[in-house]
Design a protein around this ligand. Structure first.
Ligand code: ZN
Ligand code: ZN
Length: 193
């Protein structure tokens, strides 16, 4: 079943002559830039965020707006892409589970080689370059691994789950967990006997 799915995906992204064809909102055509070193172009993109832009707890919601100011520069070996991406990030505080909502601005720079140079480098597919892996890395690096609503967030009460920031003097006094009080009653009886 899985093998079948992969085979299908492979067919749909390969053109008749076998060359891999890229598609997606973050694929940029560099045709107008040309390949003469020193050529420059500035492009403003407004795209829908791809899935998984960020981590499970904090990231750019899929389909939300991502604005990218992109400068393309032709150099000897390829095209240098330098940009700034702005997006909204959403998630929740890992301590108190409050909703987090913030503006994120990240800078990125990547050289896309004309020649396919192996797995560690990105290259152009014909005139096309795909910003998605670069944007994804920049966003993941910029976001905290454990986001909090406030560095001092005290989290939730371990007794009742109340948000401690709303009620810093939160206390349960000497109240004992019902299970323990039952146990202590049994102990009393034991002692009396
Ligand atoms: Zn919090
Ligand atoms: Zn409590």
């Amino acid at each position: 079943m899985i093998v079948g799915l992969f085979a299908q995906a492979d067919v749909s992204c390969t053109s008749m002559d076998g060359r891999k064809v890229q598609s997606g909102p973050l694929v940029v055509d560099t045709h107008e830039l040309g390949r003469r070193p020193g050529n420059e172009r500035t492009v403003n993109l407004s795209v829908a965020a791809p899935a998984d832009l960020g981590s499970v707890v904090y990231g750019v919601p899929e389909g939300s707006d991502v604005a990218i100011e992109l400068r393309l520069e032709a150099v000897m070996d390829g095209v240098l892409a330098t940009g700034t991406a702005s997006a909204q990030v959403k998630g929740e505080c890992v301590r108190c589970l409050d909703e987090l909502d913030d503006d994120l601005v990240v800078d990125f720079q990547e050289l896309y080689l004309y020649e396919d140079a192996g797995e560690d480098d990105l290259s152009l597919e014909g005139d096309l370059l795909d910003l998605e892996p670069v944007l994804r890395d920049a966003v993941v690096l910029a976001l905290p691994f454990k986001p909090v609503c406030d560095p001092e967030c005290p989290g939730l009460c371990p007794e009742c789950g109340a948000r401690l920031a709303d009620d810093p003097d939160h206390t349960h006094g000497d109240a004992i967990d019902p299970r323990w009080s039952k146990l202590s009653q049994m102990t009393d009886i034991d002692i009396k006997e």
